[in-house]
Write a protein that binds this ligand. Structure first.
Ligand SMILES: [Cu+2]
Length: 207
């Protein structure tokens, strides 16, 4: 009787193994014949080896691939918005950048840029507290390449009129300058219009 029990246990184990192995097999026909084959072989082998009493337990654990379920809740997006980081609303008008709040805690900070104007804007984040100290070209636009590498945090490259774009940035404590660096060429002089020069800049602090 014992043997019979062991054998069936072992068969169950083999079946489970076969099922597991086959589950990764997309071809149903193949998996059926494979498990049948394993079943037959498994019965013989297990009767000869008393030690096969243990494998079933192991197999039961292995059977826990049901732990695949938790994996389904891995939406990166949800993780970001749920990570407890601060969020700063940045409203872009044609000529101004309005932040709320203007002070957040250090860490992962979500910058939500909302373009309520009629023009295309972008949004750059640079470490610093004095917009007037940023390097600018003859058009009045900030020269991104001339910014100290560590000072350039990042940017939201395009925020179309009437749309909202957001991104997460890792911010240490300090002061930051947020601005639009779009330059609109003009057909006739005077010079092209720099949104930065026109006042699309603001600052905020990270504590
Ligand atoms: Cu702009």
């Amino acid at each position: 009787m014992k043997r019979a029990t062991r054998a069936s246990g072992a068969i169950a184990a083999v079946c489970l193994l076969a099922a597991t192995a086959c589950s990764s097999d997309s071809d149903e026909t193949t998996s059926e014949s494979a498990s049948t084959a394993a079943l037959a072989t498994g019965a013989e082998v297990s009767v000869d080896e008393p030690t096969t009493t243990e494998p079933p337990d192991t197999t039961t654990n292995t059977d826990a691939p049901t732990t695949d379920a938790p994996e389904t809740e891995d939406p990166a997006v949800t993780a970001s918005s749920d990570d407890g980081g601060a969020s700063v609303s940045v409203v872009l008008t044609d000529g101004d950048v309005v932040l709320d709040p203007t002070s957040v805690d250090a860490g992962s900070v979500e910058i939500v840029a909302k373009n309520v104007g009629g023009d295309l804007h972008d949004l750059l984040i640079v470490r610093g507290d004095d917009p007037g100290a940023l390097p600018v070209n003859e058009d009045g636009a900030v020269i991104e390449d001339d910014l100290p590498k560590d000072d350039f945090i990042g940017k939201i490259a395009v925020v179309e009129a009437g749309t909202e774009e957001s991104a997460w940035f890792d911010l240490d404590a300090g002061s930051y300058i947020v601005f639009c660096n779009i330059v609109v060429p003009t057909a006739v002089p005077p010079l092209p219009i720099s949104h930065f020069k026109d006042g699309m800049v603001s600052t905020f602090t990270v504590n």
